[in-house]
Design a protein around this ligand. Structure first.
Ligand code: SF4
Length: 479
């Protein structure tokens, strides 16, 4: 009797050679990008191209585009998102990608497919990052889809410090400072918009003034060959004019519940992504306090300090660079917010250390990263500033929303049972009217039962900041 194994064909029992042949005939998966095959090229040539930016938010992208214009780059913001954005975004994704990625992809493809932009004259801005968040995959996916569709000539500019701001070259330093100021200008204008619009007597008047102010400030930010000092003088003068324009809008006196808005940065700032949730809240009687873009920039700075600390690089060259960057950022922030002390007295922006300390009992900075930390800290900060409810805007399936949703019941319990709710978005229709209505009822009830007006309002000074004293070397609106 033979002991030799008899190989039969079929059902996985064929020869090894046959199996190898079968495998070779299958479509090969595309290898993931590695640091050596990064889709972010270091020699992006933006000359004679138009650089396009997605909306995050619209006003912020307008200001950032203006900052790029200030170094001579023709830069524009993508047109309004619509159903075609989602159609194209869905067509070239598998369903595993996050919602913001679909919008960004759809918006950029719309320009090429529908507006027939010349690929050799087109570039897209898409920042990138490392870490567990899917954001780091955006650039790779966009590059792959563009290549597959025959748009190899379209350039992608990825705004990351990791590659020394490739493609911007010598003007990187100048651009970064102007871009930071543009971020601050956007945060100020958005704050004015949200503080005024719910109370306007003539519908649309605040939006009109906001757009006028974007034009005004965009022109100042976009001026070329202007020294930083001179630009700051012009920016301050421009912002004072904006303040006057907003102050001149006729408003009515109303006692509205104040709703703090935190969450994933793209979805909370892109009004298309979140089905204009803030307008829904305003229409049903609320006022919103939305976390701005500057918060994220400060967070990346705080993270850099944390890494220096963990890698024992304190007081070395890299640490000094981060420290000086923070000093300059604070200086510009102080200068631009200076004329708004009174206007924003009841809406002070938090210091990043304050947010991290508020989040610490639930998500310590050393153990958790990203927007989940900021949203948790932000929710508690807003509670202490007298908010009547907290809304967290999150793309469906985003880990940030999933984590914070698990934490919020405890956060709420620890803070007078303030209503907190995550609103998920994925581009499908939903009954937002009903959900917002229910949430505002909870917020109104909470507002009524607050023990005293301004209860729990706590100064940043009450929060321990021992963790990173060098991270806040100067001014912040709260200190
Ligand atoms: S935070 Fe969430 S939605 Fe945003 S890029 Fe990361 S995984 Fe996607």
């Amino acid at each position: 009797m033979t002991t030799e194994t008899i190989l039969k064909s079929g059902n996985g029992k064929g020869s090894k050679q046959a199996a190898e042949q079968a495998l070779a005939a299958l479509p090969q998966p595309i290898a993931a990008y590695t640091p050596d095959t990064s889709p972010v090229r270091a020699d992006v040539n933006l000359k004679d191209r138009t650089l396009w930016l997605c909306r995050m938010p619209y006003g912020g992208s307008r200001m950032l585009a203006a900052a790029f214009c200030s170094i001579g780059l023709d830069t524009r913001v993508t047109p309004d998102e619509d159903a075609r954005t989602l159609e194209l975004g869905a067509k070239y994704t598998s369903g595993d990608e996050c919602y913001p990625q679909r919008i960004v992809l759809g918006d950029y493809l719309k320009l090429l497919e529908d507006q027939k932009l010349e690929p050799r004259k087109t570039a897209f801005l898409l920042p990138t990052a490392n870490g567990p968040c899917r954001f780091g995959q955006y650039v790779g996916l966009l590059r792959r889809v563009l290549d597959e569709l025959g748009y190899q000539d379209v350039e992608i500019l990825s705004f990351t410090s990791a590659d020394g701001y490739a493609g911007i070259g010598e003007q990187a330093g100048e651009l970064i400072r102007t871009a930071w100021r543009a971020v601050l200008v956007q945060d100020i204008l958005l704050k004015l918009l949200l503080m005024t619009r719910p109370y306007e007597i003539e519908p649309g008047s605040t939006d009109r003034v906001y757009l006028e102010c974007l034009d005004l400030m965009g022109e100042i930010v976009a001026r070329q060959k202007v020294p930083h000092k001179e630009r700051m003088v012009a920016l301050k003068a421009g912002l004072r004019r904006c303040k006057d324009k907003f102050a001149a809008i006729p408003v009515k006196k109303e006692d509205r519940p104040l709703i703090g808005v935190v969450g994933e940065i793209f979805c909370r700032l892109n009004t298309f992504a979140n089905n204009d949730l803030i307008r829904h809240i305003e229409a049903q009687g609320g006022e919103c306090w939305l976390a701005g873009v500057g918060e994220w920039v400060w967070y990346t700075n705080a993270e850099a300090f944390r890494r220096h600390r963990e890698e024992k690089r304190r007081f070395r060259k890299e640490w000094l660079k981060t420290f000086l960057t923070a000093r300059i950022m604070h200086k510009d922030e102080k200068a631009l917010f200076e004329d708004f002390r009174e206007v924003f007295a009841s809406r002070p922006e938090p210091h990043i250390q304050e947010l991290l300390e508020y989040a610490r009992p639930y998500l310590p900075q050393e153990g958790a990263m990203g927007e989940m930390v900021l949203s948790t800290g932000g929710a508690i900060y807003l509670y202490h500033q007298g908010a009547d409810g907290i809304v967290d805007i999150s793309p469906f399936t985003c880990m940030n929303g999933i984590v914070t949703e698990a934490i919020y019941p405890r956060v709420s319990k620890d803070h007078d049972s303030i209503p907190i709710r995550v609103f998920y978005f994925d581009g499908t229709n939903r009954d937002l009217e009903r959900d917002v209505g229910i949430f505002l009822e909870l917020a109104r009830t909470y507002k009524r039962r607050k023990k005293t007006a301004g209860r729990g309002k706590r100064s940043a000074r009450n929060v321990s900041r021992a963790a990173e004293p060098e991270a806040h070397p100067g001014y912040s609106p709260t200190t």
